[in-house]
Design a protein around this ligand. Structure first.
Ligand SMILES: [Zn+2]
Length: 281
């Protein structure tokens, strides 16, 4: 049985977990309800979260959860590693891509839905035959975010050039966020120039992540977000334990060090950016 990461020191000002999966808690973890995880987060200053449902079950779960917990708003999409299964007919649900995407589009119209995501390209966990399906799905999600006026949350793994290219060709939504930003400083500058927002996860705290910390240092305060991507990517030094929204406090502290800014000033900036992107909740 794996353990949850221990709660970090509290933040001086409340911040939002920009990207979390409360619907995923694994089977090898001691039971802790989403509401308990949010209570623990609130106790260390992480008072709100954007819940991301990125397959059909997760999206349905998200639509329910954001209605019953005022600390949450939601985002839904078919994850880039999920969409190709619907396209090639191997998804366990048996649902084809058109029907699966139509259900996502319907849920995205729901109350308290504020984002389309996570969508994008993942060339790390897929073979070239799946790339065309990922690109098709990414473009459909871009169009959906624009149609509904929602934030686009992008998943980009080992696919920087194609992600940037598709965004440029199709036209990015007005509010576009790179979730778990993984590029270098040059890519961060490119994203900033284009008006995008960069959300940093626990990966920025990893000992071997100096390139990512350079990217963070190249990003202006008013373009930054922080997230857990829980239950994945637990920040250093608790890697190996299970992540939850409270760990935003640990990542935010490291970010303040890297940026050499006062922790409270960073928290206020993160909070203001979250509100400007998603609106009040
Ligand atoms: Zn995620």
């Amino acid at each position: 049985m794996r353990d949850w990461a221990a709660p970090p020191e509290p933040l001086p000002y409340p911040v939002v977990d920009n990207h979390t999966h409360l619907d995923m808690d694994g089977t090898d973890v001691t039971a802790r309800t989403p509401s308990e995880r949010l209570d623990e987060a609130a106790a260390v200053g992480v008072t709100r979260a954007v819940q991301i449902g990125c397959d059909l079950d997760g999206a349905e779960w998200t639509a329910q959860a954001i209605r019953s917990d005022s600390r949450l708003v939601g985002g839904v999409a078919l994850h880039p590693n999920e969409a190709p299964l619907h396209v090639d007919g191997t998804h366990p649900s048996g649902l084809d891509y058109e029907h699966a995407f139509a259900r996502i589009a319907q849920l995205a119209r729901g109350e308290r839905m504020r984002a389309v995501g996570e969508t994008g390209l993942d060339y790390f966990r897929s073979e070239p035959p799946a790339h065309a399906a990922q690109q098709r799905s990414f473009r459909d999600h871009i169009a959906l975010a624009k149609e509904l006026g929602l934030v686009l949350q992008i998943h980009d793994r080992d696919a920087h050039a194609d992600v940037l290219d598709i965004l440029a060709r199709d036209g990015a939504p007005e509010r576009t966020v790179f979730h778990c930003f993984s590029g270098d400083a040059a890519m961060a500058r490119e994203c900033v120039e284009r008006g995008y927002f960069l959300s940093f996860a626990g990966t920025v705290t990893f000992t071997n992540a100096s390139g990512l910390r350079e990217a963070l240092a190249a990003t202006p305060l008013d373009r930054l977000l922080v997230e857990t991507d829980a239950p994945f990517l637990t920040p250093h030094p608790q890697r190996g334990r299970v992540n939850s929204p409270a760990q935003v406090a640990a990542t935010t502290r490291v970010m303040a060090d890297v940026l050499d800014v006062d922790l409270e000033r960073l928290c206020r900036a993160l909070d203001a950016t979250s509100e400007s992107l998603y609106g009040p909740w």
